[in-house]
Design a protein around this ligand. Structure first.
Ligand SMILES: [Zn+2]
Length: 348
């Protein structure tokens, strides 16, 4: 089959397109013929060498939609040709958390204390014509949902869906969305607005201001032209934000915490700009702040997210799309100035 492998750490130039053996599904596994794969910042972090335990060569790609192509021994309840999205978490289906429907907290693999066990990172991923996944991870796509939306639901969609739940966003909350122009950001804006809260978008490209408004942003803050925390306070009569949704990591930590209102909640689901931060406990306890972690989501989150997309309640802007053979260009497109939304690989 054709596939794209990371052959060395560095930049997208180390993504190599070529032939590799077509994998066979083992017991409890299915082979997916990949139709779409999102090009996600998670993939870029692998190329940059920031992902723990990655052995090269490696096929990245964690945001996958396709059709079931072959069933391994013992697999029931799925049929060849069925359209599926790939649930984001590899899980044991037996532990305390899996039995409660919280697969994202599965404790079967101790490595997941510091990094999520996701297809395409802990396994070979979707930058390929075929990929192998546990049958438990194959989630049927609603008939009226296209593969573009289904693949985005599989990673950014369910991550946004779960984090908005984790942050307990309620009607009337003022919510700062950091990284609003990204794949997660445009979904956050829509989910915040859907809950009757007020979304304030932080972006590095004011060229996207009109579009961010269409996705639900009530106001736009240009992070390149000043103090984001001060701007957030100005927009709320000096009070600050009830919630900050910040998927970006350390680079925005100080401004995000500085934007919080009394009783405010900071939620994070990623470390793309770094993992190490410092916390001053004095304002933290005195203002009853909360810091909330959120990692991907469960299969139920994916089902609910795809259903919302099928009802046209969540739209996904597509910035650019490429054939599998141009995965390196696709990854470079993540850094396009003014990017709004997703970069996708049309695999089949
Ligand atoms: Zn488990």
């Amino acid at each position: 089959m054709k596939a794209v492998q990371i052959v060395a750490f560095g930049g997208p130039e180390h993504l190599q397109y070529g032939d590799v053996p077509t994998p066979e599904p083992g017991p409890g596994e299915v082979r997916i013929r990949v139709t779409r794969c999102g090009v996600n910042p998670v993939d870029r972090s692998q190329v940059l060498g920031r992902w723990p335990w990655l052995n090269l060569p490696h096929i990245p790609g964690s945001e996958i939609a396709g059709t079931v192509d072959a069933l391994g021994p013992g697999v029931a309840g799925l049929h060849v040709g069925e359209r599926v999205a790939v649930a984001l978490r590899l899980f044991c289906n037996r532990c305390h958390y899996c039995l409660r429907g919280q697969e994202q907290l599965c404790m079967a693999d101790p490595r997941t204390l510091t990094a999520p066990a996701i297809p395409g990172a802990f396994t070979e991923g979707g930058y390929a014509e075929y990929t192998i996944i546990p049958a438990l991870n194959a989630i049927p796509i609603p008939a009226n949902l296209d593969d573009d939306h289904a693949c985005v639901a599989a990673l950014d969609g369910l991550t946004a869906w779960h984090m908005v739940d984790q942050a307990r966003i309620a009607a009337g909350d003022h919510v700062l969305v950091v990284g609003a122009s990204g794949g997660l950001g445009t979904l956050f804006l829509q989910l915040v607005a859907k809950r009757g809260a007020v979304a304030h978008a932080v972006t590095g490209s004011m060229a996207n201001a009109d579009a961010l408004g269409e996705y639900g942003a009530a106001t736009i803050i240009d992070r390149t032209s000043g103090d984001v925390a001060a701007a957030a306070r100005d927009l709320t009569g000096g009070r600050g934000m009830d919630v900050v949704l910040d998927p970006t990591g350390a680079a925005s930590w100080v401004s995000s915490m500085g934007a919080l209102a009394r009783g405010g909640r900071y939620a994070t689901c990623g470390i793309l700009t770094g993992a190490e931060v410092t916390l001053n406990l004095a304002p933290f306890y005195a203002q009853e702040h909360e810091i909330i972690g959120s990692t991907g989501g469960s299969r139920r989150d994916l089902v609910e997210c795809m259903a919302a997309m099928a009802r046209h309640e969540l739209r996904v802007p597509i910035h650019a799309r490429f054939p599998l053979s141009q995965a390196a260009d696709a990854m470079r497109a993540l850094s396009d100035p003014g990017r709004l939304g997703k970069v996708l690989l049309d695999v089949a």
